[in-house]
Design a protein around this ligand. Sequence first.
Ligand code: PAF
Length: 282
Amino acid sequence: MVVHTDKVSLSSDLLSRRKQNEKIGFVPTMGALHRGHLSLVKNALKENDCVVVSIYVNPTQFDNKEDLKKYPRILQKDIQLLQELSGDILLYVPNNEDIYGEKVTSAHFEYDGLEHQMEGAHRKGHFDGVGTILSIFFDIIKPHSAYFGEKDFQQLQIVRKLVQLQKYPVEIVGCPIVRENNGLAMSSRNKRLSEKEFEEAAFIYKTLQKVKRKFPTTSIKKINEFVKEQFLHNSYLKLEYFEIANEQTLVPAKHKMKTNKYRAFIAVHCGKVRLIDNVPLN
Ligand code: PAF
């Protein structure tokens, strides 16, 4: 595995690979890698000649300073995990200057309204930051395909829209959520949970599974009330939002229509850690 810490050396490495007609995959991450990330890298290695993995905690997508400060950073462990995979990996670990130059600011993006729902409504500027960093990465790396986990389903749809609107010649590949044994969706933030919190956080996916079972026979209004009620008396978990939304538009649904695909989306605070999850419903 080659490690690049600046875009000049990464670009020149990629240029020589492009000259040899190599297919380049890309897996953007913020590090603290877990099995979810590794499954993205494995998928990318299967479908490409080489894979760029970026590890960069992007400051412009954090609306909360404390969350940015506390985001787990364990680069040596991450390098070790990537080295255990067999395949041609180029690791890109830039610093703020390499990405942003002197001014760490984000541009403003519109994604046909996808940005106003759920995470967009609760984390001000988050998808501006995500659009900014991914545009910078796509310009430097020019990958043939890029891999994103469905845990951040809204991000996945927004990246698809970004690529369509900005006409980036990159295929966006969505990959299924990888879960802990207790059902909790894998996330770098899980590393900040205490043992007890980790155990209690399993309740999130258990609730989503109940929602999935109820969906065919219960109205959306009743399901929304059911979920609120479930979290009301839970002293470990504080519900931030729960929505059943159209998978394409991400607009929360009031009634079911047979022709639409729906997903349940949830954000919950477990102590100081914010967790999100989602499941397809039909
Ligand atoms: O999903 C993430 O980890 C981040 O939002 C991403 C895509 C690496 C951009 O910083």
